[in-house]
Design a protein around this ligand. Sequence first.
Ligand code: GDP
Length: 448
Amino acid sequence: MTVAGDTIAAIASAPGAGGVGVVRISGPQAAPIARALLGREPRPRHAHLASFRATDGGLLDRGLLLLFPAPHSFTGEDVLELQAHGSPVVLRRLLARTLELGARAARPGEFSERAFLNGKLDLAQAEAIADLIASGSEAAARAAMRSLDGEFSRRVHALTERTTRLRVWIEAAIDFPEEEIDFLAAPDLRDELDATRAEYEALLAATRRGVRLVDGLHVVIVGRPNTGKSSLLNALAASDRAIVTDVAGTTRDVLRETVDLDGIGLTLVDTAGLHASGDAIEQEGMRRARVELARADLAVLVSDDAHAEADRALLDGLPPSAAVLVVHNKIDLDGTPARMETRSDGPHVWLSARSGAGLDRLVAELRRQAGIGESGDGTFSARARHVDALERAGRHLQAAAHNLAEARAGELAAEELRLVQHVLGEITGEVSADDLLGRIFADFCIGK
Ligand code: GDP
């Protein structure tokens, strides 16, 4: 069933000279427009060589015309694709011609929106298209492709299914009040609830990684003057994955330069500026340092062993979700071997920005924090909206567990689980229809 609508058209791809440009049309007028441009009935999913002509018969371009009849198309509607030479002028004229023939200019995202409304994609998949196009690293592109493929949605659905089964279970117990208390205390039910919560936690963690991949990891390199922060940044910038951007500033400006290392943005901050000071310039530096730190996902503290404790205290203003990684630089001076250690306060890496020893360990740790695994496998792209929905789902799941274990209140637990389902449905954009009764009859044999 397709959503009836008007016909939209847009330039879908417009590369520079030499490339192929595409004008895409979707809606009920796509087939009539195809007939008008081709001069005969096009065959479905067949590449026709066509002479695209203006109203006055003048030749606009010669190219390929492909018609994908509904519902087997990207949007689920009739879709027409016109491939022409990638000149912006040619494409604009071709688009104008389709508008004359009854289409209207599409709004941004309208093809994906129609694909969603027609059930071709769910909401998370539609969002993945935008993330794929905007991906700033190979890992982010792979992850977006995985979400577009439905990997993320499948995991959300699996959790929804599991939550629904639990709710069905509890609802069934409520139907037999004399047995309800025992039923709700059954170890099986507890186990299933625990397993659901574990699955939820794993999904939340993977979703957070997915958001980091899409947004990139914002890393602030902090430390006192002369600990070797600039040297470290330069050493990282020397990697062929790095894009270096100079940002103008005074010597006491916190923002000296940023480096983008495969989707990991690195910014330098001198923590000397974090000390209280009457100096106006230094106070401005402090303000900027705090701004940088407030939006950091990770602070790399380049420590000078003598000041390690005090420096750490300066990072108290970091957002709670941000992590700290401590770098012990200049190991070449005392012959300490390069290594990485996970301590209770987070990872520590011993390296030399000068010799480059241990730098690979730092990069590996940064990539891990950014959600880019060794192979980058298994990660899907996600958005802050999804994390927000999952966090709300988590609170309802927690409340359900509390109602079951503490209060033995089956109805309240079932209601919380219904809210979990509802909130998870927001991620994939489903309207959560209440099909619970049907499920009770389907899954349970009442006579037993
Ligand atoms: P920043 O003020 O923290 O940015 O520090 P710099 O990067 O400017 O480095 C301060 C001084 O330490 C410079 O003389 C660097 O050459 C030196 N330095 C930086 N890293 C190392 C290192 O790994 N080993 C040695 N021996 N010296 C280093």
